[in-house]
Design a protein around this ligand. Structure first.
Ligand code: WT7
Length: 575
């Protein structure tokens, strides 16, 4: 019997020598991998789909293998993705979409999400996505702030827009993916509109700096949420990091578990995987350890990108990876939160691969620090700067600190994928840039070999199950409840989720603390803000610590929660 060679043994990393690649790499080199229109213009959508649909070698290659939660399977070639995204682009054009208009997708992981995202960018409009766990207030805030013109969603999720519909003056149409006939004056059926739309479309050439996407993320300064705008030239960094760090090869079957409501799920599950012409698996369903293993086995996944919480959930489930045939899995990466050494060990034992940690942010638009396949790793380090990105550890005055000294993780801002604006908030955008550096807000140090070690965030952003949640948004949601007069929210370390959301709540005198009230407050946040952003722990207290200007001093709540000394509270007023 013919013995099948394991792909993972045969494969050699694209980055044969980190030092060499790092030295020789230049932006010019990266740009050669990208397709342009005359005058140096470009479009992410063209690079991700169109050029593969026009290429004889890739046009009939499978771009997307999709499995629904119920087990339905659909496959799409690059040509089909091209036609479907062209149809979406033509539908938007028919309804007078203009360059720079915001078009938001609020959908689960279904094929429509993926080709609509591409279709929006083709028109020159800005494609936004939103995690489908957001509820009416979370959705309203984001649609209002972005002044979205169109929303692509389904009947069930559209219900969440209803309450505030009248207040969304710029919102022209809501396209529904699941109805055959247009209903209501502002609702249109996407399938019906697509049916009569042409399958050809001339992608709009964009300036490198022009906005391509807008992702809302949480902040703790200036505003609880901000619309981070990524330019079309981002595809240069995205394509290259995917090629080197995800180490894509022609025959790879790639699965990224991130939801397209977050940046990883758009950049490395739509843009960079397809700009590298890689066949991509999308599973619609929720986390399920056995099901995930079966997906890897069934589709012969060879490259896998996931998050530390997911790995911890796999470990906690007791699943035995060795019981599945994962011979094709040759490479795996992780992102979003600290990857623990025991997770790396578990993966090695169960899935027989080394998991490479990668580090970046919504604002950087692509990986900036990573562990590279085939290179020596230091367990616990987030890795080394990706080629083309200068990463340094600096103090608050912008001065580089010596090796092994804690400081701010910062990059030189000449990275093509770095955000171009924070939507209508120049002050906040400017606040990221200090002394010629883009400052990430994370703390860390670099060792003598140039490896970077992540120590934590400087601000109060919470990372729960890898999802970024701003405490202010949760506090505002709690304060809306009649029983709550004040609230302070922190991230509390948690073995499984990295952090959980914990709320300290001051009750109106008319209400008494009880377990029932805790449950009610949790449900309230779930219902109004988002299913993923509710406080798993609630504690009632008399007063929320604040400084002179009325800002919540969350470090005191954190210290209180961990039973640590609360620090010098005499200076609190000046915090
Ligand atoms: C924040 C950005 C864009 C990737 C998904 C997250 C934290 C990111 C790591 C890592 C420890 C990490 C940082 C960063 N983070 N990667 N490998 N190890 N922490 O994007 O939601 O914008 O969050 O996630 O604190 O600033 P995001």
């Amino acid at each position: 019997m013919l013995k099948i060679t394991k792909k993972k043994i045969a494969a050699k990393s694209n980055l044969d020598n980190y030092e060499k690649a790092y030295k020789n790499y230049s932006l010019e080199e990266a740009k050669k991998e990208i397709s342009y229109f005359p005058g140096g213009k470009l479009n992410i959508a063209y690079n991700s789909i169109t050029r593969n649909a026009l290429n004889e070698n890739t046009k009939n290659k499978t771009a997307l293998i999709w499995e629904s939660e119920a087990g339905e399977i659909k496959e799409f070639t690059f040509s089909q993705m091209e036609n479907l995204s062209n149809k979406v682009a033509n539908v938007l054009k028919k309804h007078k979409v203009k360059k720079g208009d915001r078009v938001f997708i609020i959908l689960p992981r279904i094929p429509e999400t993926y080709y609509s995202f591409i279709g929006i960018m083709k028109t020159g409009a800005i494609a936004g996505t939103m995690f489908a766990a957001f509820q009416e207030d979370g959705i309203f805030e984001r649609l209002k702030k972005s002044e979205a013109k169109f929303v692509i969603t389904n009947t069930e999720l559209a219900e969440r827009i209803k309450k505030n519909r009248q207040k969304l003056k710029e919102l022209k149409y809501i396209f529904l993916t699941d109805i055959g006939i247009s209903g209501g004056e502002d609702k249109l059926s996407l399938p019906e509109e697509m049916e009569s739309a042409s399958a050809s479309f001339q992608t709009v050439p964009m300036e490198p700096d022009d906005a391509a996407t807008m992702m809302f993320t949480s902040s703790t300064s200036y505003t609880p949420i901000s619309g981070v705008v990524m330019p079309h030239q981002a595809v240069i960094s995205q394509h290259l990091t995917a090629k080197y760090v995800l180490d894509f090869k022609e025959d790879d079957i790639y699965w990224c578990t991130a939801d397209p409501g977050w940046i990883t799920g758009t950049v490395y599950s739509i843009i960079a995987n397809w700009s590298n012409a890689v066949t991509t698996v999308i599973y619609e369903g929720r986390f399920d350890a056995g099901k995930w293993m079966k997906i890897m086995e069934k589709y012969k996944v060879s490259v896998w990108y996931t998050a530390p919480t997911a790995i911890r959930m796999l470990i906690a489930s007791g699943v035995d990876g060795r019981k599945y045939n994962l011979d094709n899995l040759r490479h795996m990466c992780s992102v979003g939160e600290v990857l623990q050494p025991d997770s790396i060990r578990w993966i090695k034992e169960n899935l027989k691969v080394d998991v490479c940690d990668t580090y970046w942010q919504t604002e950087t638009g692509s990986m900036i620090v990573a562990n590279f396949p085939g290179e020596k790793k230091k367990i616990g380090s987030i890795g080394r700067p990706v080629p083309g990105v200068i990463v340094k550890i600096i103090d608050d005055q912008g001065k580089e600190v010596p090796v092994k000294t804690e400081g701010n993780i910062a990059i030189k801002p000449d990275v093509p994928s770095l955000m171009k604006t924070v939507w209508k908030n120049k002050k906040m955008y400017d606040s990221y840039f200090k002394h010629g550096w883009y400052v990430t807000g994370d703390r860390g140090y670099m060792d003598e070999d140039g490896y970077i070690w992540f120590l934590g965030r400087k601000d109060d952003i919470i990372k729960t199950s890898g999802e970024r949640v701003g405490p202010a948004e949760v506090e505002s949601a709690l304060i809306e409840h009649p029983a709550v007069i004040d609230a302070g929210v922190i991230g509390k370390p948690d073995k499984l989720r990295g952090e959980i959301i914990k709320a300290f709540v001051v009750l109106d005198q008319k209400f008494n603390p009880s377990d029932k009230l805790i449950e009610e407050l949790q449900q309230y946040v779930k219902k109004h803000l988002a299913g993923h952003a509710y406080p798993r722990e609630v504690e009632f207290i008399n007063k929320i610590p604040k400084n002179k200007s009325g800002k919540i001093v969350r470090r005191i709540l954190k210290a209180k929660d961990l039973g640590l000394p609360e620090g010098d509270i005499s200076t609190l007023e000046d915090d």
